[in-house]
Design a protein around this ligand. Structure first.
Ligand code: FDA
Length: 309
């Protein structure tokens, strides 16, 4: 299944496919599984439905690798509007952003300034702002921006990918700084020089890092962002044995994936948060979701096509 994952992740970066595939109705129908809609209002309405089950949310406006500064400015303005709406509707929601969506490819300093404005607005509402982690080339600049943001705004967090060889050292540094971390397995196609390959090894590293974070945390939030419920059960067992309660960490999942488990875990006293993505630029993000579970997702795609003909 690794070959299928690789092929889908290659296709995720193909410009021609990115322009053509989203035109097909069956592709749009599949996206609906992972995304409540393209508009900000669609995301907010989905968050209100989740709130009925006591599940707070994180919003991400989809897009990455913008091509000019005006586009990056427009993304920052969009997020400022989103903060206004979160405040107006009084939703328990925070925001997570991709640095390349705010211009990291163009100018790191301007990106920092845009993120600074978002962190300031988020902190004024008493909420965390999170930085997503993108492919390996962006890890160093993302962490550099993160460290600068944290000098001013304690309530900022960063995503860390268990599959990278460098991650244990990054986690040690972040722990020493009392940072807030969202731990994920990692969603990109990375070379063996920079990342561990193999599901079992990545899982084992995720588990080890989660427990290390709990043991040595300097006060930052820890979010375990995974749909791997067996892994979560194992971490809970080992965390309990080490004296940690269920509320020592959060569980984060994506909208539309393992929704029944999200509700079950929340009802069992875990702190569950769901990340809702929305927006028109969903192609590469959607392809990464397909690649995470190619067998099932491709079968659903084929069934969809057959049902329509
Ligand atoms: P795994 O892939 O082992 O799946 C476990 C089970 O969950 C599967 O058997 C299946 O049932 C279900 N499942 C998982 N993914 C599915 C899918 N796409 N479709 C259908 N079923 C699926 N990555 C990154 O590099 N940078 C980031 O900033 C983030 N941010 C982020 C935030 C949040 C809240 C989450 C949950 C995930 C991310 N990720 C991410 C993605 C992450 O790196 C990883 O690719 C996915 O979470 C898939 O791995 P899992 O650990 O969920 O388990």
């Amino acid at each position: 299944m690794n070959a299928a994952r690789d092929a889908i992740l290659l296709a995720a970066r193909n410009r021609w496919l990115g322009e053509h595939l989203p035109r097909y109705r069956f592709v749009r129908a599949m996206v609906a599984r992972f995304m409540p809609g393209e508009r900000m209002d669609d995301a907010v309405e989905a968050a209100e439905r989740l709130a009925a089950d006591d599940i707070p949310t994180t919003f991400t406006y989809l897009g990455e690798n913008v091509e000019d500064a005006a586009d990056a400015d427009a993304v920052a303005e969009h997020y400022l509007e989103l903060f206004d709406l979160i405040e107006e509707r009084d939703i328990d929601a925070e925001v997570s952003v991709k640095p390349t969506h705010l211009g990291l490819d163009l100018d790191p300093e301007e990106t920092f300034e845009r993120l600074r404005r978002l962190a300031e607005r988020s902190a004024a509402m008493g909420k965390h702002l999170f930085l997503d982690m993108e492919s390996a080339a962006y890890v160093e600049p993302t962490l550099a921006i993160y460290r600068r943001l944290r000098e001013e705004f304690e309530d900022t967090g960063v995503c860390i990918q268990a599959y990278l060889h460098r991650t244990p050292q990054d986690v040690a540094d972040l722990l020493a700084a009392g940072a807030s971390v969202r731990l994920v397995k990692g969603a990109y196609r990375e070379h063996g020089d920079v990342a561990i390959h193999g599901h079992r090894r990545i899982r084992a590293t995720f588990e080890k890092l989660a427990l290390e974070f709990l043991r040595w945390s300097g006060g930052g939030r820890l979010a375990l962002a995974t749909h791997d419920v067996q892994l979560l059960t194992e971490i809970e067992r080992r965390a309990a044995a080490a004296g940690f309660d269920r509320d020592a960490y959060e569980i984060q999942m994506l909208y539309g994936i393992r929704s029944a488990d999200q509700r079950r875990l929340a009802s069992q006293g875990f702190r569950v948060r769901v990340l809702i993505s929305y927006g028109g630029h969903w192609y590469p993000w959607f392809m990464r979701r397909l690649a995470e579970h190619p067998g099932r997702n491709l079968w659903l795609a084929i069934r969809n096509v057959l049902a329509r003909h």
